[in-house]
Design a protein. Structure first.
Length: 514
């Protein structure tokens, strides 16, 4: 069941594939590709040259690059040099970049020439001075570039064997505000490949993956970077997700697997319906994680494309996956699957911490070899989240008699209307079924007598929406106390890279309107 051979130092995995499949393309993007033999050689040189330039084991190195092969080489080179990798979204706001660089105390940053001015401004304003190494077009003219680091070096890579030390600081999605840096190990990350991607999704070296996942996010880093390396697969990295481009690429018949988040599959299905597309080439499997997958979307996707869309539940603090639906056999639609082998999960009453009966809602807590080491420089938050070996997720869940779990919402997101609990996701699943709705989100609105009531934000498909008819649709599917008290038309729903709704931004928008 557990593919233990996939849990190894990065250098060992690279050397294994360079020997067994040297000419196989490992990763490619719109600009270039790299074989396993080239990847092993180039990342060894990057690591050796980083060490020659003064990088020490345990130093923090930020990867502030767009999706692509450069990202992969920078990551593996840094890990082989013993650095702690700090991924940063290339589209992050200036304040977010500044916070992460300063909080993690990054001494080196890989980025592009397009971010030179921004990094210079951050360095002055935040009083930090990381060494900047440029990748991509124009990088060779800046001095120490990624390509120059990848040239043959007389030195050798450090290639640390300790896969249990903290090797990543991955910042949480920040759905409730300021992000926390999660400390993760290579063992914990690769354990997911060994216990989930290989045995459950049946990922092998024969697979060719089309990945639109943001690599800075834990899901993308785990599956699209480390998971691909672990099994020796090939992967086409999209710089960013485009429904039409994804459909065009999939229909070439080159790809067998596509991971994504629910919003990506939602927009892929919409575009396919508009264009009359009914198949996705030779894709055998689509994988969804990062946010709650509505049962209606899962079923509609599989009915149209006759392709399995397996939903799973993962969080950064557990190196991603906690539960997953299996490729073989049936599963209850809307469930995020069974616990990944080797992981212990409980559903408990948040107050008493006693296990709740099957079918009842409680907080999901997790224990296993993939847990984070803690939050970077946040001992109080770490102690609150990790208690007696269990990680308290803050997510609400319930299980059925067969052990399948369904995530029902967040404890902090619950709307308590006159003493009655309302999960935003339940309303959202009903609203998104309405033909004129493209996307939606529900947040809590303060109420003088009821305490809280649901407030709905909606993105209309064609820019116009009959709100009265939408609310009638809600009344036919929801109890009266769950009907939104206010509805706002917006151009888009703010989401993280993994597709999670950034509800705090919508709450802030309500405050500005007051």
């Amino acid at each position: 069941m557990l593919h233990v051979d996939l849990i190894a130092p990065i250098a060992a995995l690279l050397e294994r594939h360079a020997k067994n499949r040297p000419d196989q393309v490992a990763y490619w993007d719109a600009a270039r590709s790299v074989t396993y033999a080239q990847l092993a050689d180039r990342t060894a040189s990057i690591a050796a040259n980083l060490t020659d330039a003064g990088l020490k084991e345990g130093d923090r190195l930020a990867i502030y690059l767009p999706n692509g092969v450069d990202w992969i080489e920078a990551c593996f080179g840094a890990l082989r040099a013993g650095a702690i990798v700090v991924p940063i979204s290339f589209d992050a706001a200036e304040g977010e970049v500044s916070y992460r660089l300063a909080d993690a105390d990054c001494g080196v940053v890989f980025t592009t020439c397009a971010r030179r001015e921004l990094l210079g401004r951050i360095s002055l304003e935040a009083s930090i001075s990381p060494r900047v190494i440029f990748a991509g077009e124009g990088g060779e003219a800046t001095g120490l570039s990624l390509d120059k680091l990848a040239e043959t070096s007389g030195a050798t890579a450090l290639d640390p064997d300790d896969i249990d030390r903290s090797s990543f600081i991955i910042y949480t999605s920040g759905t409730t505000g300021r992000a926390k840096g999660v400390l993760l190990s290579i063992r914990g990350m690769l354990w997911i490949s060994a216990a989930c991607w290989a045995p459950i999704a049946e990922l092998t070296s024969e697979d060719v993956i089309l990945s639109p996942l943001p690599l800075f996010h834990s899901y993308g880093l785990n599956l699209s970077v480390l998971g691909v390396l672990a099994v020796g697969a090939s992967e086409h990295i999209m710089e960013r997700f485009s429904p039409q481009q994804a459909i065009d690429l999939l229909q070439t018949g080159k790809y067998s697997v596509m991971p994504g988040v629910p919003t990506m599959f939602h927009y892929l299905l919409l575009r396919a319906q508009e264009a009359g597309v009914e198949q996705l080439g030779t894709v055998r499997l689509c994988i969804s994680a990062g946010a709650i997958m509505p049962a209606t979307l899962n079923k509609a996707f599989e009915d149209r494309f006759k392709t399995r869309l397996l939903d799973g539940y993962g969080i950064t603090e557990t190196s991603t996956m906690v539960t997953m639906n299996w490729l073989r056999g049936g599963r209850p639609m809307g469930s995020c699957g069974l616990p990944v082998p080797g992981l212990a999960v409980r559903i408990v009453d948040p107050s008493s911490l006693e296990d709740v009966p099957i079918g009842e809602e409680g907080e999901l807590i997790v224990r296993g070899p993939n847990l984070m080491h803690g939050y970077h420089n946040k001992p109080a938050e770490t102690a609150s989240a990790l208690r007696k070996g269990w990680y308290h997720t803050g997510d609400l869940a319930k299980s059925d008699p067969s052990g399948y779990l369904t995530i029902t919402g967040r404890i902090k997101e619950l709307i308590i209307r006159g003493g009655q609990n309302i999960a935003p996701a339940e309303i959202e699943e009903v609203v998104v079924k309405y033909p004129q709705v493209k996307d939606c989100a529900v947040v809590s609105l303060k109420h003088a007598t009821l305490g809280e009531v649901p407030c709905l934000f909606v993105v209309a498909k064609d820019g116009a929406l009959d709100i009265a008819a939408l609310l009638d649709h809600c009344r036919s599917h929801l109890s009266a106390y769950k009907i939104p008290e206010a509805t706002h038309l917006v151009d888009e729903i703010p989401r993280t890279g993994s597709g999670k709704i950034m509800r705090f931004k919508l709450v802030e928008a309500l405050g500005h309107q007051a």
